[in-house]
Design a protein around this ligand. Structure first.
Ligand code: NAP
Length: 313
């Protein structure tokens, strides 16, 4: 009997096959497709394998009367209304830890690419501009500078560990002070931003952290400041960030996440002081496979009546 729903348009063929080869499943690409599944199949759904960023709230849950688990593909589950799930006795799982390295690698790559002007440099080497105009204007030393990590969680700590190897002075903000090898704690993000050159955001997304990196924090970063964001577009005041990038109030940004992905604000494309990535933090074959396995195994555990591997609620 069909008991698993694959919800989301973004499953790759391999990810889809991993689920459909084990489970008797049905698919819905968009939220509105759930209602198109016939009522008796819907009633049998016990697990949702979810991939994507569309809101998954009470309206969908209430169409699936037998639903017991939503297994998210990704560590960030801000698209899922966990309160609504808990109220219905529905468990939520995610895919923590297996993606830490890749997301941290991308944060460091964007920090280096921005400070060394690598996107402009690539175009100069590629297009013949190098022969015409000569060397790039001198850019910016990253090693030995100061960095502030906003949110010293699983990914934030991996970023800090990497940047410590670049001889950077590590500062961080979190809701509570952590055990560190002597990194400087700031209880608020404005104090953090005013102390550093690079501000790397590794917070959870969702309503509680919306615009956590405020206009005031961006202003405090100052004209040498660079924002790197691998968390969610929601965690930064994006309008204030764009204003600061356009006016030179800060030096630049490296961004993997935006508001309204994938239709990002066209003001970003006109800037030459930014490195832009299409939300690909965890996007390696190795890590996406590990995430797919964890999503699969959470569903298998639930259907077998075993403990979930990585529960959220
Ligand atoms: P995590 O271990 O839970 O760490 C999250 C951090 O956010 C913690 O430092 C936590 O602070 C902070 N935080 C949580 N709620 C907060 C609040 N209300 N106010 C202020 N700070 C708050 O999560 P993670 O595994 O490192 O992942 C972090 C995020 O990265 C994910 O949620 C996801 O959105 C994003 N992500 C992006 C990509 C990508 O492709 N770009 C890939 C994976 C993940 P405390 O230390 O005070 O608890």
């Amino acid at each position: 009997m069909t008991n698993v729903l694959l919800l989301g348009a973004g499953f790759t063929a391999d990810e889809r096959a991993r689920l459909t080869e084990t489970f008797d499943s049905v698919s819905a690409a968009q939220a509105e497709d759930v209602a198109k599944i016939d009522a008796s199949t819907r009633a049998g759904i016990k697990a949702v394998a979810f991939k994507g960023h569309m809101p998954l709230g009470a309206a969908i849950m209430d169409q699936l009367a037998g639903l017991g688990v939503i297994a998210n593909f990704g560590v960030g589950y801000d698209a899922i209304d966990v309160t609504a799930a808990s109220a219905r006795g529905i468990k939520v799982t995610n895919t923590p830890d297996v993606l830490n390295d890749d997301v941290a690698d991308l944060a460091v790559a964007m920090l280096l690419a921005q400070s060394r002007n690598m996107i402009v440099g690539d175009a100069r080497a590629r297009t013949g501009l190098w022969a015409k105009e000569g060397e790039l204007p001198l850019n910016r030393k990253a090693s030995g500078s100061s960095v502030g990590i906003v949110g010293l969680g699983r990914i934030g700590r991996e970023i800090a560990d990497r940047l410590a190897a670049f001889k950077m002075d590590i500062h961080y903000s979190s809701r509570s002070e952590k055990q560190t090898p002597g990194w400087t704690y700031h209880s608020d993000v404005v104090s953090l931003a005013s102390a550093v050159d690079f501000l790397v955001i590794a917070l959870v997304g969702g309503a509680e952290t919306e615009k956590h990196v405020s206009a005031e924090a961006i202003a405090a970063l100052g004209p040498r400041g660079v924002v790197v964001n691998i968390s969610r577009g929601t965690t930064v005041d994006e309008a204030a960030l764009l204003d600061a990038l356009e006016s030179g109030a800060i030096a630049g940004a490296g961004l993997d996440v935006f508001m309204n992905e994938p239709n990002i604000d066209p003001r970003f494309a006109a800037l030459d002081n930014v490195v832009l990535q299409p939300h690909q933090g965890s996007g390696t074959v190795e890590t996406r496979t590990a995430m797919a396995v964890l999503q699969h195994d959470n569903i298998a555990a639930f259907l077998a009546g075993q403990d979930l591997l990585t529960p959220v609620n």
